[in-house]
Write a protein that binds this ligand. Structure first.
Ligand code: MN
Length: 133
């Protein structure tokens, strides 16, 4: 048990990739409140590293990131046979026309438009989580 009272390994692990600290903290807080395990990354390169090290059950991936953007990170993750089964939900900026289409085109499994409604977030995540063996 960790200090949230959740038995380790019993709840899905979500990787949150977001360079904006306020957005990241908001999403992380909402996920923890809903009982998820959370891992964080602040740029595309760190995202790839954390996926390999932490084996998350799902990735919430901001598109506009330092070092490597979310499109390129998705291409790399979906191009790796050992990682491509992890669902990726892109966090797309509402104002950026075409970013959802582009996210799906490069292999994201879905997207959520910003601003993120944290009350709806667990519902979105549940839709994309794969049943565990
Ligand atoms: Mn960003």
């Amino acid at each position: 048990m960790d200090n949230t009272g959740i038995k380790k390994g019993s709840s899905p692990k979500i990787l949150v990739v977001e360079d904006n600290q306020d957005n990241r903290e908001m999403v992380v807080k909402a996920l923890k409140f809903n009982g998820y395990q959370v891992v964080e990354a602040v740029d595309g390169e760190e995202a790839i590293e954390k996926v390999k090290a932490e084996h998350p059950d799902l990735i919430l991936l901001d598109i506009f990131l330092p070092k490597m953007d979310g499109y390129e990170a998705t291409r790399r993750l979906k191009g790796d046979t050992s990682l491509r089964n992890i669902p990726i939900i892109a966090l797309t900026a509402h104002a950026m026309k075409g970013s959802m289409e582009e996210a799906l085109a490069v292999g994201c499994d879905g997207y959520i438009s910003k601003p993120i409604d944290v009350r709806e977030l667990p519902k979105h995540i549940q839709r994309f989580l794969k049943p565990r063996p």
